[in-house]
Design a binder for this molecule. Structure first.
Ligand SMILES: [Zn+2]
Length: 282
């Protein structure tokens, strides 16, 4: 079978590799569709994003590696011993990494914060291949009515659902989402669904803001036209927003806002409001 193998940053080659097999607790998945995450593309280019140091170390120790590819729609074609959550032929997507189970977070019942999580497509083979092996606890079976395209997009959506849940939005809250990339658009829609009274989407491009509007934003603000802090204070009659999600921050050399939008988010927040940073701030 064919797989894309990474010899270094910016050096990926398609090669013939042996068919993977399912160890106990693992399954083999046939890839039906995949989408690359923005983070993976930055990692491939060697940019200093979240997992850069780990990948650099792994490539120094052994190469090539079957890196990247975790937003996939697949089908289970082999099931290892002890696997009970999925069956042969199931349509599956990637849900989350494997928490260590022993750290302070894991033992306190907050595995979502585990810092020693096994990350699929980084610590395990990625899905840029015809078939790949994956721990079964990281995948979830989904109905066939969910299309391959939707299944791929569900992985980032799951991350956002956990993030929005952590903010504990209350019925009627005014929620601001700064940045309307994939994560910001997901965040805006989930906030809408869990009971926000008013959702304000902030971005720099009218194209994306018209999409925000179509997907449920009550108010859109283009920061190239008006000051977003003044606009939010005006909309909330001087009170500020109840919840702000910041999805535009990050390294300026990668086209993000640095910490500028984080500061704006804090400036438009009401007293005792909740601020959630979603952008990766190195
Ligand atoms: Zn842990």
């Amino acid at each position: 079978m064919k797989a894309w193998l990474s010899y270094d940053f910016n050096d990926m080659r398609m090669e013939d590799v042996p068919m993977p097999h399912a160890e106990p607790g693992w399954v083999v998945v046939k890839v039906r569709m995949l989408e690359l995450s923005v983070t993976e593309v930055a990692e491939f280019r060697g940019l200093p994003v979240s997992s850069h140091a780990n990948i650099k170390r792994m490539l120094a120790e052994k190469r090539p590696l079957q890196l990247w590819g975790h937003e996939f729609s697949g089908e289970v074609v082999e099931v290892g011993r002890g696997v009970t959550n999925v069956r042969l032929g199931d349509h599956v997507f990637y849900h989350r990494g494997v928490p260590c189970g022993t750290c302070k977070y894991c033992t306190a019942g907050y595995p979502q914060y585990c810092r020693s999580c096994i990350n699929v497509a980084e610590d395990t083979p990625g899905c840029l291949a015809e078939f790949f092996a994956i721990p079964s606890s990281t995948i979830v079976a989904i109905p066939d009515a969910i299309t391959d395209m939707e299944a791929c997009a569900m992985q980032p959506l799951v991350s956002i659902m956990g993030t929005v849940e952590a903010a504990r939005i209350e019925m009627g809250d005014t929620v601001v989402v700064i940045g309307q990339g994939p994560m910001g658009l997901d965040c805006m829609q989930v906030a809408r669904t869990v009971g926000a009274g008013k959702v304000i989407a902030i971005a720099r491009r009218n194209e994306v803001l018209s999409l925000s509007k179509r997907l449920g934003a009550d108010i859109t603000i283009n920061t190239t036209e008006i000051d977003p802090v003044a606009a939010v204070m005006d909309i909330t009659r001087g009170l500020g927003a109840d919840v702000v999600f910041e999805c535009a921050g990050g390294a300026k050399e990668q086209g993000h806002s640095g910490t500028d939008t984080m500061m704006q988010g804090l400036d438009m927040l009401r007293n005792e409001g909740k601020f959630v940073e979603i952008g990766y701030l190195p």
